[in-house]
Write a protein that binds this ligand. Structure first.
Ligand SMILES: [Zn+2]
Length: 169
């Protein structure tokens, strides 16, 4: 089922998600719906708060549905290590059509649970590291606007307010 993606500044995007404690069919259904919603929106990552579910759940697929082996589900994710620095463009399904350069770590190691509650660790570099960090920010209630320089943040906020006023957001 395709879920509705909420846009900034919906309050659900700005508060930390609740940890998942029950690894049941409801969680598996949420994950399946999140993949469907992400593919429909042509995104490579989606966090539960973006579909108005305030939980620490993330789906990622850098292959955009082309390679099933690249599907990643992170439940209750944490960053264990990060190193380096990369500067590159990001988009977000909760900020339609907005793209902006953001500084992120170049490499990260994360730990998370799968939908059965089993913990695992995973390394990410470059785009995958960027994606991990962007999505983990979402479950912490942080949007990428907060990671921009103050100047870019105010320019983008102005653009968003104008789009909202014109009914195009
Ligand atoms: Zn996002």
């Amino acid at each position: 089922m395709i879920l509705k993606i909420v846009k900034y500044p919906d309050p659900v995007l700005l508060k930390p998600g609740e940890p998942v404690t029950e690894f049941n069919d409801e969680l598996k259904k949420l994950v399946a719906d999140m993949f469907e919603t992400m593919y429909d929106g042509q995104g490579v990552g989606l966090a539960a708060p973006q579909v108005a579910v305030s939980k620490r759940v993330i789906v990622i697929d850098l292959s955009n549905k082309r390679d099933p082996e690249q599907k990643i589900v992170l439940v209750n994710p944490e960053i264990i290590e990060s190193e380096g620095r990369q500067y590159g463009e990001e988009g977000c399904l909760s900020f339609p059509d907005l793209r902006e350069k953001v500084v992120r770590a170049e490499k990260v190691r994360i730990r998370a649970q799968n939908t059965d509650g089993e913990w695992f660790e995973m390394d990410g570099e470059e785009l995958l590291a960027r994606c991990f960090l962007h999505e983990i920010d979402h479950v912490d209630g942080i949007v990428f606007l907060a990671r921009m320089s103050p100047l870019k943040r105010s320019l983008n906020l102005r653009t968003i307010r104008k789009l909202q006023r014109d009914g195009n957001w």
